[in-house]
Design a protein around this ligand. Sequence first.
Ligand SMILES: Nc1ncnc2c1ncn2[C@@H]1O[C@H](COP(=O)(O)OP(=O)(O)OP(=O)(O)O)[C@@H](O)[C@H]1O
Length: 287
Amino acid sequence: MDRIEIQQLEKSFGKKKVLRDVSCVIEEGHIYGLLGRNGAGKSTLLNIINNRMRAEEGQVLYNGQNIRENDGLLQELFLVNDTILFKREETEKVASYFKHAALFYPDFDENLCHHLVAAFDMDTSLRLSKLSTGYRSIFNIILALCVPARFIFLDEPILGLDANHRDLFYKELVDAFMERPRTFVLSTHLIEEVARLIDSVLILDKGMIQVADTVEAVTEKAWSLTGASQDVDAYAGQLNVIGVEYLGNQTTLYVYDDVSRLPDTIQKQKLELQKLFIMMTNRLEEK
Ligand SMILES: Nc1ncnc2c1ncn2[C@@H]1O[C@H](COP(=O)(O)OP(=O)(O)OP(=O)(O)O)[C@@H](O)[C@H]1O
């Protein structure tokens, strides 16, 4: 099974340290959500993985081989973001860009491309520079779904998309994934919507990967515990508490931990991924 191993990446811009000791593994056949607040370093990380930016320390391995030392490996990776195009390509028409992409990538999925152009009602006679923000995102999405790479990275793919187009994107992404399983990594801070798509999650905060696991495993450990304050306090002990709220003499603890053997006096409820993310990134900000 193909995999990308990210090992101890460090990256600074001037005096600002953006990534500090970032390590994680991205495996074939999953849809990942790369979650992080504004400025957390998501784009920086994606650029480094895709060899568009250098890290000061650390390395990215594709099946054990360093991506920087093997240009050929890069054809298995594809990153779409708002700087995907060269200046001269901006004047090209959408239709001709797709035609060139099909020439460049012999296995570019032209049938899917036609289908997506029609489904998103995209005017391919427009020059790329004339696309609206939403259609710019749609253009990126179409490329991402049609290229033959095995690891596809989409940086903020739903930027500017209206609700109907977002829904269509989610459906088409899942269809494309079912048709040809590969790996998608979607970076976003809009978690609620992608939560129903992704099966794995990477949370980047304070320059480090704080959570890397399947959504199932993550939500198994994400709980709110509510009860009388003295009961909750007595139980909290060694738990990994990520947030707390008080209402009268009731306390609600938000925890990321195993909460077996809970006393009857405390009610537990599963946390949505979004709430977990908010609690976790708030907590880390306070530190
Ligand atoms: N080329 C650059 N020069 C200087 N600083 C940069 C550069 N690129 C990114 N940064 C800084 O690095 C930090 C991380 O930026 P990055 O774009 O990677 O975050 P992000 O998680 O993608 O954010 P957002 O969700 O807001 O797009 C920010 O503080 C940003 O200002």
